[in-house]
Design a protein around this ligand. Structure first.
Ligand code: COI
Length: 352
C-alpha cells in the first residue's frame, strides 16, 4: 500500500534532553491508516502531528475498544535503529484478536514505522539514557451506541523523545504488593495490550503512590497468591541460583523486554525458569537468605531494580536497596545492544 506524505510547514522546537522525562513531547509527524468493513485497511498517510476530531458517538469512547504498543528508536553517531519492531506488531495483532479488531499487515507496519522515524529522524535524541518512544495504537471509530465490534478503526503511530520512565532511573524502586485489587484474570484481557488493563490498574496505582510506592505488583486474580506482573513491567526474581519469572498464563502481558532478557540469561548459561511463583515463596526465600535480587523489565522502564516490597504491611528490602548485580548486567547488555555499543548477536536491531 502506498503511504501518502504531508509534511509539516511548522516544525516544532525540540526540547532539551535534560527536560525530557517521559511522555511529554511529541514529534512533528504521525502515521494514520483507516479501516472500514468491506474496504479493509486503507488510506495510509504520514501527516503533521496534531488534533483529530471525532464524533462523540465513536465506540472507543463508550466500550473501550482500544489497544496499543510501545517501542523505542535509538540513536548512536547519527544512525537510528529500532529494537525488535516485528515483535511489537505481532503482539498488536494478538491484541487485535482479543478485542475483535481487524489485524494489520505486520511487515507493512514495520515499513510505515521506518518511514515515519526517518522523516522525524532529528527527533531521536542522542543523550545517554534517552530515546524516541513510539506509541502505535488502534481505536474503534464507528459512531454507534450498540455493543458490538466497531466496523471502523484508526491505526495511529505517534512518537516523542523520552528520558527515563521512573524518576528513579536505574535506581531501585519501591513496589507495593496488591492484595485487594486485581489487574486481570485468565480468560480476560490480561495478555493483550488493551488500554482497559491500564484503566483497571489506576486505582491501586494511585493508592500505592500515596503511600510512597512507585508501582504495584499484581497477584493472580483468583487466589491473590501468585505473582503476575508489576504495573508497567514484567518481573524477575533471583532465588539461590535460579532466575525466575512468572510463566505466561493468559493474564500476564508477554513483554518483549521480558523475552529478550530470557534469551540473554539463557545464552549466559544461567538456570532460568518460567513458572508459577507465589508471593509467600519470595518472602520465605528472603527469610532464608536465598532472595538475591528482583527487577522489572519493560520497554519504557528498561530494567528496573526492585529495592523494596511491601505485602500486607510486611516490608522487605532487596539487595540492600541497591542495584543488583544481574539487574545491572542485563541493563548494560540490553541497552548496549540497543545503542549499538555491543554486537547485535541475536539480530534484534532494525536500521531505519
Ligand atoms: C511500555 O513499556 O512501552 C509500556 O507500554 C508501558 C507503558 C504503559 C508506559
Amino acid at each position: 500500500m502506498e503511504i501518502k506524505l504531508e509534511l509539516t510547514k511548522n516544525p516544532k522546537e525540540k526540547p532539551a534532553s535534560e527536560n525530557l522525562a517521559f511522555g511529554n513531547f511529541f514529534s512533528d509527524h504521525m502515521f494514520i491508516m483507516d479501516y472500514e468493513e468491506g474496504k479493509g485497511w486503507h488510506d495510509a498517510r504520514i501527516i503533521p502531528y496534531g488534533s483529530i476530531s471525532y464524533e462523540p458517538a465513536i465506540m472507543v469512547f463508550h466500550y473501550g475498544q482500544a489497544i496499543f504498543e510501545g517501542l523505542k528508536a535509538y540513536k548512536k553517531d547519527s544512525e537510528v535503529v529500532l529494537f525488535r519492531p516485528d515483535e511489537n506488531f505481532k503482539r498488536l495483532n494478538n491484541s487485535c484478536d482479543a478485542l475483535c479488531i481487524p489485524r494489520i499487515d505486520e511487515s507493512f507496519a514495520v515499513e510505515a514505522l521506518k518511514k515515519l522515524i526517518d522523516i522525524d529522524r532529528d527527533w531521536v535524541p542522542d543523550a545517554p539514557g534517552t530515546s524516541l518512544y513510539i506509541r502505535p495504537f488502534i481505536i474503534a471509530t464507528e459512531p454507534h451506541i450498540g455493543v458490538h465490534p466497531s466496523n471502523k478503526y484508526h491505526f495511529i503511530i505517534i512518537t516523542g523523545p523520552v528520558g527515563a520512565y521512573y524518576k528513579e532511573g536505574l535506581n531501585p524502586v519501591k513496589i507495593f504488593v496488591e492484595s485487594h485489587y486485581v489487574r486481570a484474570v485468565k480468560g480476560g484481557l490480561g495478555e493483550a495490550k488493551a488500554s482497559a488493563n491500564y484503566a483497571a490498574s489506576l486505582k491501586a496505582q494511585q493508592m500505592a503512590a500515596k503511600n510512597g510506592y512507585t508501582q504495584v505488583l499484581w497477584l493472580d486474580g483468583i487466589e491473590r497468591k501468585y505473582v503476575e506482573e508489576v504495573g508497567t513491567m514484567n518481573v524477575f526474581f533471583v532465588i539461590g541460583d535460579e532466575v525466575v519469572t512468572p510463566a505466561l498464563n493468559g493474564s500476564i502481558l508477554p513483554g518483549i523486554t521480558r523475552k529478550s532478557c530470557l534469551e540473554l540469561l539463557r545464552s549466559w548459561g544461567l538456570n532460568v525458569s518460567e513458572r508459577r511463583i507465589s508471593i509467600q515463596e519470595i518472602y520465605d526465600a528472603a527469610e532464608n537468605g536465598q532472595l538475591k535480587e528482583a527487577f522489572g523489565t519493560g520497554t519504557a522502564a528498561v530494567i528496573s531494580p526492585i529495592g523494596e516490597l511491601c505485602w500486607n504491611d510486611k516490608k522487605l528490602t532487596l539487595s540492600g536497596g541497591k542495584i543488583g548485580e544481574l539487574s545491572q548486567k542485563l541493563y548494560d547488555n540490553i541497552t548496549g545492544i540497543q545503542y549499538g555499543i555491543l554486537p547485535d548477536q541475536f539480530n534484534w536491531i532494525v536500521k531505519v
